[in-house]
Design a protein around this ligand. Structure first.
Ligand SMILES: *[C@@H]1O[C@H](CO)[C@@H](O)[C@H](O)[C@H]1NC(C)=O
Ligand SMILES: *[C@@H]1O[C@H](CO)[C@@H](O)[C@H](O)[C@H]1NC(C)=O
Ligand SMILES: *[C@@H]1O[C@H](CO)[C@@H](O)[C@H](O)[C@H]1NC(C)=O
Ligand SMILES: *[C@@H]1O[C@H](CO)[C@@H](O)[C@H](O)[C@H]1NC(C)=O
Ligand SMILES: *[C@@H]1O[C@H](CO)[C@@H](O)[C@H](O)[C@H]1NC(C)=O
Ligand SMILES: *[C@@H]1O[C@H](CO)[C@@H](O)[C@H](O)[C@H]1NC(C)=O
Ligand SMILES: *[C@@H]1O[C@H](CO)[C@@H](O)[C@H](O)[C@H]1NC(C)=O
Ligand SMILES: *[C@@H]1O[C@H](CO)[C@@H](O)[C@H](O)[C@H]1NC(C)=O
Ligand SMILES: *[C@@H]1O[C@H](CO)[C@@H](O)[C@H](O)[C@H]1NC(C)=O
Ligand SMILES: *[C@@H]1O[C@H](CO)[C@@H](O)[C@H](O)[C@H]1NC(C)=O
Ligand SMILES: *[C@@H]1O[C@H](CO)[C@@H](O)[C@H](O)[C@H]1NC(C)=O
Ligand SMILES: *[C@@H]1O[C@H](CO)[C@@H](O)[C@H](O)[C@H]1NC(C)=O
Length: 797
């Protein structure tokens, strides 16, 4: 299957190009219908392949002089590329992920999982700017995930066996009579091409910029459309069935010969008929708008050529790429690729392309022969169109995918509005940095960079307007609180927090509370100097109500004493459950399930997200750590100790965030280095907490041969997660995740990894984390689970 992405720089944003879905009964020698192992993301000049001869069939990309190992490092069976994205189908077909290649500052690409369903497996994944489509294993029905709404797609009753999109148009082959039909925003070109194909009977087609080439029913290459650069000039001596795979760009066409794998290109001003491809044999080829890449047969290296390829015509440093997908099915008809076992590392075989017509074998599984008669594919029942279910603005394809996920998730697209106020599309780092992208679907967009001065300003405003002992913060007397805590007795001591010692107490009305008593040290002295601020802050904080925040009930200010009264959290701090030896064996077994740990992570993330995005003014916690995440009687996690940073002791002139910069092991390195406090500092802290939940290790723990070298959980875990060996470091108290849990735990791990990036701008936002963890948690719950193909599956009666 060949997909031909291509685009044009000039109209890049207004017109969608490309794609794919060649569901045709084609003569394609390569991996008939089974997907490719080489793909280009043409907008960014990225070429990616599934690496051969490795324990894991992982993906690696090359872009502008850099090779980029793709994470997650897991097994993929096929990949497909679009303008700014490429997608990979996981081995087994139950899930596919897509990566955004536009982030040039980054050395890895952000990814999103678009599909997961263990019962409905996919194959023949094809991606374009507009949509990703795949067929369902077993039924052959086509599902598409629409990325962009540039094209009006045919109605669902039209049956197409092959669809490919060019510049402002798409063409497909009708299943019933094998004729070409074209449509699109540029009706001129669509009509012209359709007319030129006339009633010709075609087996497959591929679109380029404003031309289309395909194989007719006798295996000849037929090209129609724009001929400005000679792109229709198929070499004159071409014989029937000579070419198997076609790859078209904006103004050029290339074909790979079936028998010896040599490649011929035409059009494009002759710039594609370069020396580097003379005498070289290929396994497959793919084109971008102004370059073409091929996988060489000789040593499976990838070479690219054409004017759009920097240093045109050279071997890329990519490692050897698989010549076809590794699979466990038997290879009907044409045998197995030599060295298949080695290339697949024992994981299945690569089926060899069929060079000669395959004699008909008993139905129902007749592999189509290259010169066989046209078989109107009615038998296949490919009678469905492509469902346009979601309207997406021209904000870039990835945001589009996000929107789809969002739609599916919330049900909004299908009219059954399910309101999840905190579920937002997970927008990637890259997308977030694009202007306007985040605001596309997300609720109150907030600047992530809130300097403390900002909050101080707000504070003044508030203190101006709020009455002295504000709204709902109760004022207690010292005597009351002393009585509640048995005169601050040691037995009632719960621990020590950022502003002093915490006691458990019982008020006269029976309410259980946690009372924090400030030290009467210099810290508190300064604090006291700002009495009015103290009052108004408390009023403000006590008004914050959220089920994942520990509520401030009241306070006491008497003499030199300043006490804060909080809701009591019966099950204590997450830290104790994870790391306190006394606790570990006993009560903490509740935490020894992956579902519970993911739920705790999600609860905490929701609490922090509320502080960042919904509190007015926004609050940056500054000290997210597992000892500040408490568990209530129902084991719901709640974030505590927030807001106090707003009323830190320093005067404006003395403002030095370093002083109050949180806790070793959790401090955002950027905050540390640049003194810039942003919401991403909390993201970092939460990332460390996620890693603690995954590994059961402290933020800083002793390791090494002597067991004495301190190492941070970040330095310990991230490289291992990147290497795809997550399972090696998971907390053994919880145990190896079961089949259905793996995906969820991975999702949490990848989120964690993207929280602890050195640079804040590379990190996820709290909303992203909430969305990811929400998806992870949903995987435990079938009814509400993954992005199911069921929802968008197109009726295929
Ligand atoms: C999808 O791929 C499988 C092999 O993986 C192939 O047998 C099947 O015909 C393909 N389906 C279509 C519609 O091309
Ligand atoms: C990839 O598949 C092989 C063969 O099944 C397996 O041994 C290996 O662990 C897999 N790798 C990953 C990262 O899943
Ligand atoms: C094939 O289908 C198209 C549209 O569905 C219809 O217009 C055309 O008449 C059909 N042709 C035949 C031969 O049935
Ligand atoms: C339609 O496509 C043709 C051929 O590529 C081009 O010349 C023309 O400008 C396009 N029209 C529009 C409206 O984009
Ligand atoms: C295609 O149309 C022409 C007339 O335009 C007709 O002579 C020819 O028989 C048709 N061919 C097929 C295969 O229908
Ligand atoms: C396929 O194209 C070739 C070359 O144009 C032509 O000779 C042949 O008749 C075509 N086959 C069919 C079935 O139209
Ligand atoms: C395409 O253009 C070339 C000149 O660039 C011309 O020689 C050739 O005949 C044209 N081919 C077709 C099919 O119009
Ligand atoms: C490959 O085969 C084609 C015919 O199918 C032939 O014209 C060409 O010369 C061959 N190329 C090489 C490099 O042998
Ligand atoms: C692959 O083979 C080509 C010759 O076809 C050679 O130039 C190149 O260095 C080889 N690459 C690797 C990685 O072995
Ligand atoms: C190739 O196309 C890309 C966009 O797809 C464009 O940015 C680049 O300038 C083009 N290069 C050449 C040499 O035309
Ligand atoms: C625990 O859950 C129950 C039932 O959902 C609820 O009534 C109760 O208030 C919750 N307790 C806490 C401490 O949130
Ligand atoms: C997978 O798809 C099937 C069929 O559409 C659906 O019934 C099932 O609920 C899906 N499973 C999950 C986990 O979404």
């Amino acid at each position: 299957m060949t997909k031909l992405p291509f685009s044009s720089a000039t109209v890049a944003d207004t017109v969608t190009v490309v794609i794919l879905v060649i569901l045709a009964v084609t003569t394609s020698a390569h991996a008939l219908g089974s997907g490719a192992t080489l793909a280009v993301s043409f907008g960014t000049g990225t070429v990616c392949g599934i690496v051969a001869s490795q324990p894991t069939q992982r993906i690696e990309c090359y872009r502008r002089g850099q090779t980029i190992p793709i994470d997650p490092n897991i097994n993929f069976s096929s990949i497909t590329g679009g303008r700014n994205f490429f997608c990979g189908l996981r081995s087994g077909g139950y899930s596919f992920l897509c990566w955004d290649t536009t982030d040039f500052s980054s050395t890895d690409f952000a990814f999103k999982r678009v599909y997961l369903n263990y019962t409905v497996r996919l194959e023949n994944l094809s991606y374009g700017d507009d949509q990703v489509c795949a067929t369902v294993v077993g039924t052959g029905s086509v599902n598409c995930w629409r990325v962009n709404d540039q094209f009006k797609l045919p109605s669902a009753s039209d049956g197409f066996v092959s669809i490919s999109s060019g510049f402002g148009f798409s063409c497909g082959i009708l299943a019933n009579d094998s004729q070409v039909q074209c449509w699109g925003s540029n009706t001129t070109i669509a009509n012209q091409i359709q007319k030129e194909f006339g009633n010709m009977s075609m087996k497959s087609i591929v679109a380029g910029g404003s031309h289309v080439c395909g194989l007719n029913s006798t295996g000849f290459v037929i090209c129609r459309g724009n001929n400005d650069s000679g792109q229709l000039d198929v070499p004159s001596n071409t014989s029937a069935g000579e070419f198997s795979t076609l790859a078209l760009g904006e103004s050029h066409s290339c074909g790979m010969r079936k028998l010896n794998g040599s490649v011929a290109c035409w059009g494009g001003g002759g710039e594609y008929s370069v020396n580097v491809i003379q005498g070289v044999f290929f396994e497959t080829i793919v084109s971008g708008s102004n370059f073409t890449c091929g996988l060489t047969s000789m040593n499976l290296s990838v070479i690219c050529w054409g004017p759009g390829w920097p240093n045109s015509g050279g071997e890329t440093p990519l490692p050897p790429v698989l010549p076809g997908p590794c699979n466990n099915q038997s290879c009907s008809g044409c045998g197995v690729y030599s060295q298949s076992q080695r290339l697949c590392s024992g994981f299945g075989n690569i089926c060899k392309p069929c060079l000669l017509p395959v004699p008909p074998v008993p139905p129902p599984q007749t592999p189509p022969g290259p010169t066989g008669s046209p078989r109107p594919s009615t038998s296949r029942g490919l009678r469905r169109g492509l469902l346009a279910f979601c309207i997406v603005g021209s904000v870039g394809a990835f945001a589009g995918i996000c929107t789809i996920i969002y739609c599916l998730w919330t049900g909004v697209c299908f009219g059954k509005k399910k309101v999840h106020n905190s579920v937002q599309p997970t927008i990637t780092r890259a997308a977030s940095s694009n202007n306007g992208v985040t605001s596309n679907n997300s609720p109150p967009s907030r600047s992530c960079t809130i300097r403390r001065q900002g909050s101080r300003l707000m504070r003044r405003q508030r203190s101006g307007t709020s009455s002295k002992h504000g709204d709902r913060a109760e004022e207690f007397s010292l005597a009351e609180l002393a009585a509640a805590t048995n005169n601050f007795s040691l037995e009632n001591k719960l621990g020590a927090g950022s502003f002093g010692v915490v006691y458990r107490g019982k008020l006269t009305d029976g309410r259980e509370v946690a009372i924090k008593r400030g030290e009467t040290g210099s810290k508190m002295k300064k604090f006291q100097e700002k009495e009015s601020a103290f009052d108004s802050e408390l009023a403000f904080l006590s008004r914050l109500h959220h089920k994942h925040l520990v509520r401030l009930v009241g306070y006491c200010e008497e003499k030199d004493e300043r006490l804060l009264v909080y809701e009591y959290m019966k099950n204590g701090a997450l830290y104790d459950h994870l790391h306190d030896k006394n606790n570990v064996e006993k009560s903490s077994s509740v935490l020894n399930s992956w579902k519970m740990r993911i739920k705790i992570a999600l609860d905490a993330a929701r609490g922090i997200e509320y502080l960042h995005n919904y509190a007015v003014p926004p609050i940056i916690h500054r000290d997210i750590k597992s000892s500040n995440i408490l568990l209530d009687a129902n084991w719901t996690a709640r974030v505590s100790d927030f807001g106090l940073s707003l009323m830190g002791p320093e005067s404006d002139r003395e403002y030095r965030p370093m002083k109050a910069a949180g806790t070793v092991g959790y401090i955002d390195p950027e905050y540390y280095g640049l003194n810039l406090l942003t919401a991403k500092s909390d993201v970092y802290g939460l990332g460390v907490v996620l890693l603690e939940l995954l590994t059961g290790k402290r933020a800083i723990f002793k390791s090494g041969d002597d067991g004495r070298t301190p190492i941070s959980v970040v330095d310990f875990a991230v490289p291992i997660i990147m290497a795809g060996e997550l399972v090696k470091i998971l907390d053994s108290r919880v145990g190896t995740p079961e089949m259905h849990e793996v995906e969820a735990v991975e999702l949490m791990a990848y989120s964690a990894m993207h929280c602890v990036h050195l640079e804040g701008k590379e990190r996820l936002t709290m909303a992203d984390i909430v969305a990811n963890l929400d998806r992870a948690l949903a995987l435990f719950d079938d009814s509400h689970g993954s992005i199911s193909s069921g929802i968008i599956s197109i009726a295929s009666e």
